[in-house]
Design a protein around this ligand. Structure first.
Ligand SMILES: NC(=O)c1ccc[n+]([C@@H]2O[C@H](COP(=O)([O-])OP(=O)(O)OC[C@H]3O[C@@H](n4cnc5c(N)ncnc54)[C@H](O)[C@@H]3O)[C@@H](O)[C@H]2O)c1
Length: 392
């Protein structure tokens, strides 16, 4: 069960870059970080608009002198204070991630960054090297992986409940952008602009979430080669895709496919992963995150439910269990579980506690690198006539 008694003498002094008023994802970062008292929001460069940043920060209860119009000024000013920030979360549009992560690490801060971590694998590797040199962690906000049933799936696979893994079916295919909504929505507009979003739209925006679920559930998987087809059904989005299909050959004979889309008309989220083994299959759907479908060949389908004693009683699944079965928990708890783990990782890193760090699962910089690599390889394949490309 989750341990709410885990406390630091002082919460980690924490700031946000981006995530300002009206942003899609700022609020869940703040509530997740605040949930267990391990972080305290003390500063922010929340907004591209300076006036709105100060007004917003003030309304969140911050000292206005710590609401900064420019994140670089925040890093500089906070580094002069004895009570300056120790960690920062970056929740801006994608194009800023690399530079902001780099500057924050240079300023000796732990970093939690939104996905995709940056635009190229070379940049991602550079951030990893810098974090190591600075003795800091980078967490990447793959926010669905704090759910208990995702880790139940991982344990079932590890313990052989499915037999040998054969097929991995991944999708995150919503329908919210079936029409050209970006004409009136700045939060979508930047997502279809290559200079801000990077080399892909749906592959990076949603596809990497489903792919990371597979990485968590089957951590030993390594891609050997992949083939991607991407297209823009709303033509003005070209060269960025609003739909993509990826076929994957993993090392050792496992095969997979990934469907990333924002034009799956009528669908709400449709983020699903199905893992097929020689004896049984499991399926998890983020719209019903408290259940995991377990289908043994020749037997009736079972729906496993969060919080029950019949689940594997091991970490990280068990520490993600905040309340007994039957009570609904959701994305906010999943994110809080991740922020809890980011805090423990920061503490372990500060104390050079490598034993704890080796045991502590969280979406780390390697998760970020692999997401960027997936995008890079998919784009390479799709833009070269859907050819199979080796994955290295
Ligand atoms: N993990 C998830 O589930 C998830 C979900 C949604 C978005 N995201 C990611 O979060 C990031 C933000 O997405 P969003 O949908 O919240 O975007 P958004 O457009 O809704 O909000 C972006 C925010 O960043 C601010 N901003 C922009 N440039 C800035 C700068 N230079 N300095 C300071 N603030 C700046 C804006 O003013 C705004 O408040 C993206 O990278 C996106 O991929 C992740």
């Amino acid at each position: 069960m989750f341990n709410e008694e885990r406390r630091f003498e002082q919460p980690i002094r924490w700031a946000m870059i981006g995530g300002g008023r009206g942003s899609q994802i700022g609020y869940i970062h703040r509530t997740a970080a605040a949930r267990d008292g391990l972080f305290q929001l003390v500063a922010g460069a929340f907004d591209i608009n300076a006036e709105r940043c100060v007004d917003f920060g003030k309304n969140l209860g911050l000292d206005t002198s710590r609401c900064y119009s420019d994140y670089k000024v925040m890093l500089e000013e906070e580094s002069k204070r004895e009570d300056g920030i120790e960690a920062v979360s970056i929740a801006t549009p994608n194009k800023f991630h690399y530079e902001m992560c780099k500057d924050a690490l240079e300023a000796n801060l732990h970093v939690i960054c939104e996905k995709p971590l940056c635009f190229t694998v070379a940049e991602a590797e550079e951030l990893k090297t810098l974090a190591e040199a600075k003795g800091k962690i980078i967490g990447v906000m793959y926010g669905y992986t704090g759910h208990q049933m995702v880790h139940q799936a991982r344990k079932m696979i590890e313990n052989g409940d499915l037999g040998d893994i054969r097929i991995i079916n991944m999708q995150f295919a919503h329908g919210w952008h079936s029409e050209e909504v970006e004409a009136n929505d700045p939060g979508t507009k930047w997502r279809v602009s290559p200079e801000v979003a990077g080399p892909s739209y749906v592959l990076g925006d949603v596809g990497t979430h489903a792919f990371y679920l597979a990485e968590v559930m089957v951590p030993d998987l390594e891609i050997e080669e992949l083939m991607c087809s991407r297209q823009s059904f709303v033509k003005s989005r070209s060269p960025l895709e609003d739909n993509a299909h990826v076929m994957i050959h993993f090392k050792g004979g496992v095969v997979g496919n990934l469907w990333a889309s924002c034009v799956n008309a009528g669908a709400i989220h449709e983020q699903k992963i199905r893992i097929v083994g020689s004896k049984a299959s499991i399926e998890w759907w983020d719209e019903h995150p408290n259940q995991l479908s377990y289908e043994v060949q020749g037997k009736p389908k079972q729906l496993l439910d969060r919080g029950h004693g019949y689940l594997y009683n091991e970490d990280p699944a068990v520490s993600a269990n905040r309340i007994g079965a039957g009570h609904s928990v959701g994305l906010f708890e999943s994110w809080a579980n991740l922020y809890h783990r980011f805090a423990l990782a920061m503490e372990a890193k500060n104390n050079d506690d490598t034993a704890t760090l080796e045991d502590l699962w969280y979406p780390d910089v390697d998760a970020g690198i692999e997401g960027v690599r997936l995008i890079e390889k998919c784009v390479e394949s799709a833009d070269n006539g859907c050819k199979w490309v080796a994955y290295e």
